[in-house]
Design a protein around this ligand. Structure first.
Ligand code: FAD
Length: 441
């Protein structure tokens, strides 16, 4: 049977992944993006003559689906990413933690990293190992999820362990502080990243801007496979024929007909597009209950001689949580500082936030250098809040309305709001849609 195009709304990594998978399987797609560029929350951004990103991103070796798709669309992942064995360096309040995974099979490499961690007492190392082992074995039902903070108390993690190890990990993985974070989601990531293969825990740092890391190549791939990508094209509503979605209305007053529509947009944008149909009430209420967390990225440009001692360092005090040295991108002297969280912990004023980031660099380096220039990029809705019980609030890909599908990092992938979650959601959504074409449920 010949199909009309699938219209995918949103060219973030989820929408792109969905379009790539459908195109690969010979299904025609039209991908709509309201912005001038693809990538969504993981996109290229200018800083003077430099190309930076809207936020510093990091992958782990366990992000298999993201790596597979990057490779599929023609990205040389060995070039685009620098792979480092797991190495966590966190400093703050006169203390420092250094965890480095040796070349042992998983999960022994992580056990060895914890047992030889510098900056912890022997008792703390053992306590951290017990807690990490419990987390990787944890299999909580959705309804039994509990705050990570409670689990840390149960496993007697000292305040220092919480500050130097667990809070930075929860922030990096879930963008949610331990007291509000889902143990279930944290356990899932730790199990996948630490428990299977040593290389799954590798840290993968981008060496190119995010646009060149996937979105640009994905668009080429989609177009080479007969699909079309329309930037600056905002969907404003869905057309229905009876109880079936039949097309998409666009801001310029035109409409596209489609026999399936995928909304690969964040929850708040999906809510604006969902038709007011009784069948969609449960989906709409799930989307409404997903709230979000901000991330601010502060780029500080120094003379090229200014270097961090490591490519990535965690900070356990003040509003800045991570510093990245962009020398890895060939941008010598450029440092990216990350501040997750809301005011008052994170100043609302950009100049004050940039000053806090520059202070953090000086404290770390024991220097008094002043940045030549800075740029602050705030993403108010960077990720969903990974609360306990979050998995029950995440919608699946199929909806009760025929022809309407959902993708995006917030859908029920079992992963936090990450590139891997977004890519998995897009690929899975495409596969379910193709199965339904073939009459399978
Ligand atoms: C600052 C920051 C740092 C992060 N760090 C990491 C990290 O280190 N590692 C990691 O794995 N993840 C990280 N993430 C999370 C990751 O970026 C997201 O999970 C992922 O990009 C979400 O992709 P998505 O496709 O689901 O959604 P989005 O990227 O939000 O894509 C949705 C797209 O839909 C478009 N759109 C919305 N409405 C419409 C409409 N009506 N019509 C047409 N188009 C529309 C939007 O413009 C957007 O392009 C970070 C995110 C941020 C913001």
């Amino acid at each position: 049977m010949k199909h009309a195009a699938v219209v995918i709304v949103g060219a973030g990594w989820a929408g792109l992944a969905c379009a790539v998978e459908l195109s690969r399987q010979g299904r025609p797609v039209i991908l709509l993006e309201s912005a001038r560029q693809p990538g969504g929350r993981a996109r290229r951004a200018p800083f003077g003559s430099l190309r930076v990103d809207n936020g510093q991103h990091l992958l782990m070796g366990a992000c298999h689906e993201t790596l597979r798709l990057m490779h599929l669309v023609g990205v040389d992942t060995a070039q685009a990413l620098r792979r480092l064995p797991f190495d966590l360096h966190v400093v703050g309040g006169g203390e420092a933690l250094h965890l480095k995974a040796p070349a042992l099979p998983a999960p022994l490499h992580m056990a060895a990293a914890l047992l030889t961690a510098r900056g912890l007492s022997v008792g703390e190392r053992l306590a951290a190992l017990r807690c990490a082992a419990a987390l990787t074995r944890l299999r909580l039902a959705e309804a039994d999820d509990l705050p990570l903070g409670d689990l840390l108390q149960r496993y007697r993690q000292s305040p220092r362990l919480q500050r130097l190890l667990w809070a930075p990990l929860a922030q990096a993985i879930l963008n949610t502080p331990p007291e509000h974070a889902s143990s279930r989601l944290m356990a899932r990531v730790l199990r996948d990243a630490m428990g299977r293969s040593r290389h799954d825990s590798d840290l993968l740092l981008f060496r190119t801007d995010l646009g060149s890391a996937f979105p640009d190549h994905a668009i080429d791939f989609i177009e080479r496979h007969g699909g079309s990508v329309r930037l600056c094209s905002r969907a404003t509503g869905l057309a229905l024929e009876g109880q079936r979605v039949s097309g998409v209305a666009l801001q310029d007053g035109t409409a596209l007909s489609a026999d399936a529509v995928v909304l690969a947009v964040p929850p708040y944008a999906a809510l604006r597009l969902l038709p007011d149909q009784p069948a969609l009430q449960a989906t709409a209420s799930q989307l409404r209950r997903l709230d979000s967390q901000p991330i601010a990225t502060i780029y500080l440009r120094y003379p090229p001689s200014v270097r961090l001692p490591e490519a990535m360092i965690g900070l356990a005090e003040g509003p800045i949580q991570w510093l990245f040295d962009r020398a890895l991108y060939g941008q010598h002297g450029l440092i990216a500082a990350i501040a997750g969280g809301s005011p008052p912990a994170v100043p609302t004023d950009n100049t004050a936030l940039a000053a806090a980031a520059a202070d953090a660099v000086n404290r770390l380096l024991g220097s008094t250098v002043t940045p030549l220039d800075h740029r602050v990029i705030r993403e108010q809705r960077a990720t969903f809040t990974a609360r306990p019980g979050i998995d029950a609030r995440r919608p699946g890909h199929a909806t009760p309305l025929a022809g309407l599908w959902l993708a995006g990092d917030h859908t029920a992938t079992g992963y936090p709001a990450t590139l891997e979650g977004a890519v998995r959601s897009g690929v899975e959504c495409a596969r379910y849609l193709l199965q339904s074409d073939n009459g399978q449920p």
